[in-house]
Structure formats: structure tokens, C-alpha cells
Design a protein around this ligand. Structure first.
Ligand code: NAP
Length: 215
């Protein structure tokens, strides 16, 4: 299987990459620092906070799956929020997945592939202090829903994890001013296994949405 993946250097995306790599899949990873890419993967260097200069020529002829896992979060009340925080979250969490999907579409169509957007519980509901991140993730759900309507040959899934024990969750705790205990949250491997299951689903069916929460 040929898989294009963002966020493969950390957390959920890193676990997805590990599982796929171990079973012999071919990975194209979009990373902002080439030295962080696993040498077994094809590295595509791009900072997702910037306009994407990638073209179809950078990608394989056929792509069986795209997993959008890169993301960023800056908490803060609307009253105190800076424009640059809104912009970076919109760029990395929403605009980059949209543009990367667009570039990958010809290759995805050839393979009748699957696109998985790693969304968030914040893509379904909003808490105080989470507006900018939640707005980017609500937008990401709209992107997935629109893509599913427009590209009938593809399978498009949004997965909505609750708090997952990754560096991002550690940062969320620091921003909230609370103590971090990784044991309380979903293991990134658990979310990753679900993502792989979505990709591997027999081709007579698709899973539009999956909600996964800590017990
Ligand atoms: N952890 C949670 O509790 C949780 C819950 C729900 C949803 N999510 C979502 O799950 C996804 C994965 O999150 P995670 O927890 O695994 O986060 P993470 O451990 O912080 O990993 C984030 C990944 O995104 C990449 N990334 C960030 N900014 C980038 C940029 N400008 N250009 C290229 N790559 C960039 C990072 O690359 P570097 O290694 O170069 O920094 C890293 O690989 C995100 O979309 C997040 O919103 C997470």
C-alpha cells in the first residue's frame, strides 16, 4: 500500500507510520525537517504553516491512502487571542489538509483511495478557551464532508479522538496549567490502530466518522 502521511514525526501520526512501515507499506511523509523523517520513508519537506509549494510530481502515481495527522493547538479566550494564533491553527489544521488533498487527488482517484482526517472532539463541540482550535477542526470536518460528496470514488473518514497521550496533550496540560498524567488518556497507538483499520476496510464499505474517547 502507498500512503501519504502528515504528522509522522510525533504522537498519533508516528504510531500510524510505525504500524504501516512494519507491515511493509510504502510511506510518503510530509515533514518540516528532513532529518526527522525515518530513512525508510520518502520524505517530502514542507512546513504546513506556509503555503504549499508541493506539486503532483512530488507524489507517487497512485496513492492508496492519505492520513492527515499533523496539527497544532494554542489555547486562549477569544478576548485575549492573537491573530497569528488563529492563522497558524487554520493553516496547519485546515488549509494544509485541504491543499495537500487537492494535490493528491489525481493519485488518490487512480487508486480509489481512502482519506483519513485526524480531527478532534473539539471538531464536534467547543469549550471556553478552545475557539480557534475548535473552529479549525469544525472546518476540517466540513472539508471531509465536502470531499466525500464531491469525490465519490474515494472513501473519506473523519476520526474524532478525545485526549490522547502525546506531546500535544502534554502541551495542552501546560497551557491549561494542570498536571499531566499520560496514563489517564488514550494511547496514541490505539488511535493509530483505528486509523489503520479504516484504511484496511474491505472496499465494499466506508466509515464516514469515528468518535474515540478515553475510558
Ligand atoms: N493529542 C490529543 O489529545 C489529540 C486529541 C484529538 C485530536 N488530536 C489531533 O491529532 C493529530 C495528531 O496530534 P498529536 O497529538 O499526535 O500531536 P503531536 O504529537 O504534537 O504531533 C503533531 C505532528 O504535527 C506535525 N506538525 C505540526 N506543525 C507542523 C508544521 N507546521 N508543518 C509540518 N508538520 C507539522 C508535527 O511535526 P514536528 O515533529 O516537526 O513538530 C508532528 O509530527 C492532530 O491533528 C491533533 O489536532 C490530538
Amino acid at each position: 500500500m502507498k500512503v501519504l502521511l502528515t504528522g509522522a514525526t510525533s504522537g498519533i501520526g508516528q504510531e500510524v507510520a510505525r504500524i504501516l512501515r512494519e507491515r511493509g507499506d510504502e510511506l510518503w511523509v510530509v515533514v518540516r525537517d528532513a532529518s526527522r523523517a525515518d530513512p525508510r520513508d520518502h520524505a517530502i519537506v514542507a512546513d504546513l504553516a506556509e503555503p504549499l509549494s508541493l506539486t503532483v510530481a512530488d507524489l507517487p502515481e497512485e496513492i492508496d491512502a492519505v492520513v492527515h495527522s499533523a496539527g497544532t493547538i494554542t489555547l486562549g479566550a477569544i478576548a485575549d487571542s492573537a491573530q497569528e494564533d488563529w492563522e497558524s491553527q487554520f493553516r496547519i489544521n485546515l488549509l494544509a489538509p485541504a491543499m495537500l488533498t487537492r494535490i493528491a487527488l489525481p493519485a488518490l482517484r487512480r487508486a480509489q483511495g481512502t482519506v483519513v482526517f485526524v480531527n478532534s472532539g473539539a471538531g464536534l463541540r467547543v469549550s471556553a478557551g478552545w475557539s480557534a482550535y475548535a473552529a479549525s477542526k469544525h472546518g476540517l470536518r466540513a472539508l471531509a464532508d465536502g470531499l466525500r460528496e464531491e469525490e465519490k470514488s474515494l472513501r473519506v473518514t473523519s476520526i474524532f479522538p478525545g485526549r490522547t497521550a502525546t506531546p500535544m496533550q502534554e502541551s495542552v496540560h501546560a497551557q491549561e496549567g494542570s498536571a499531566y498524567d499520560a496514563e489517564r488518556w488514550i494511547r496514541p497507538e490505539t488511535v493509530a490502530r483505528k486509523v489503520v483499520e479504516i484504511i484496511d476496510l474491505p472496499n465494499d464499505a466506508l466509515i464516514p466518522e469515528v468518535v474515540i474517547r478515553p475510558r
